[in-house]
Design a protein around this ligand. Structure first.
Ligand SMILES: NC(=O)c1ccc[n+]([C@@H]2O[C@H](COP(=O)([O-])OP(=O)(O)OC[C@H]3O[C@@H](n4cnc5c(N)ncnc54)[C@H](OP(=O)(O)O)[C@@H]3O)[C@@H](O)[C@H]2O)c1
Length: 304
């Protein structure tokens, strides 16, 4: 059974470098619970969810069943959830986390993230709330012991710098889209230079079965050079992509509902890519965002 090593966060806590992602546009009842249960059986100790995903109940059920079975203890798990954009006013932050905790059946989360720097009202329009105000609410959660660490997601360099300069409690991670087809070297380097761990969401990028690109941009799915590299280590293209990110110092949260893929995505600690091989994977970069969030492009704090 594979287990991921951990990275030390500036809060002092350790985060496993592979987590199970749990966003899905479509799902059947019970699929999230099943994926969480399989993942814990297969050695995952890090689960990534969000209030937006509408699955915190099922994620919580999966965690509870594995604790009850004695497979894992709460303190061995690293659970992340996220504040959605319609709860950015400072007084909304505490109730929002409390609602997530109730759905998850947990007393605390290991990591609470501001999901996006943008804010919105209940009609989905730009609320223009400064994320520095939101952050004050986030800091209160640490003081109350409801979130062990706090961080951000989808923040650009300027936004992260502004937050770091104002924060009393620093964000420990910036969860952003990073993959072989969106390598994000500048933002990753900036995060590292400020001791913020960059975490890769949608880490498979255009390799993933979820992103068919009719324009042919998904050459990474078929390029024989990547196939040869995968064959050399008896791994899949996806495993090579995840290992490439880890060797760049970037933890990953791949999502799967498929047991064999959940296993595959954490079975990446028995080989290392060479520098040339890392450069090959890097060469598939086309700066392609799978999650461009174009509908919010006019919002005051839109990051891209
Ligand atoms: N902070 C944010 O704004 C944000 C945004 C997007 C995502 N996220 C987080 O990041 C997680 C991962 O991102 P994502 O779900 O967009 O993308 P992803 O993990 O890169 O790809 C998921 C897709 O790839 C397939 N897949 C998984 N493992 C595979 C493998 N080994 N080989 C081939 N296909 C594989 C899955 O299919 P099956 O499920 O059918 O196996 C699923 O369709 C999310 O679930 C969520 O937790 C965060």
């Amino acid at each position: 059974m594979a287990k991921a090593p951990t990275v030390k966060l500036t809060s002092g806590y350790d985060m496993p470098v592979v987590g199970l992602g749990t966003y899905a546009a479509k799902s059947e009842p019970g699929q999230f619970r099943q994926a969480v249960e399989w993942s814990i059986d297969l050695g995952y100790r890090h689960i990534d969810t969000a209030s937006l995903y509408g699955n915190e109940e099922e994620v919580g059920q999966g965690i509870a069943s594995k604790i009850k079975e004695g497979v894992v203890k709460r303190e061995e798990l690293f659970v992340t959830t996220k504040l959605w954009c319609d709860r950015h006013a400072e007084p909304q932050v505490l109730p929002s986390l409390k609602e997530s905790l109730a759905r998850l059946h947990l007393d605390y989360v290991d990591l609470y993230l501001v999901h996006w720097p943008i804010s919105m009202n209940d009609k989905g329009e730009d609320a223009g709330i400064d994320y520095l105000e939101t952050w004050k609410g986030m800091e209160g959660l640490v003081k109350r012991g409801l979130a062990r660490s706090i961080g951000v997601s989808n923040f650009n360099e300027e936004q992260l710098d502004r937050l770091l300069n104002a924060a009393n409690i620093k964000p420990v991670v910036n969860q952003i889209e990073i993959s072989p087809t969106l390598t994000q070297h500048a933002l990753v380097d900036f995060c590292k230079s400020r001791s913020v761990v960059p975490v890769a969401y949608t880490p498979l990028g255009l390799i993933s079965v979820a992103w068919p690109e009719p324009t042919g941009k998904d050459i990474i799915k078929t390029d024989p050079k990547l196939g040869e590299l995968a064959d050399k280590y008896r791994k899949s293209r996806s495993q090579i992509a995840l290992k490439y990110l880890l060797q760049r110092g970037i933890p990953v949260v791949p999502k799967s509902f498929t047991k064999s893929r959940i296993e595959e995505n954490i079975s990446i600690f028995d080989f290392d890519l060479t520098e040339e091989e890392i450069a090959l994977v890097d060469s598939y970069n086309i700066n392609h965002r799978c999650v461009p969030r174009k509908e919010s492009v006019k919002f005051k704090y839109f990051p891209f």
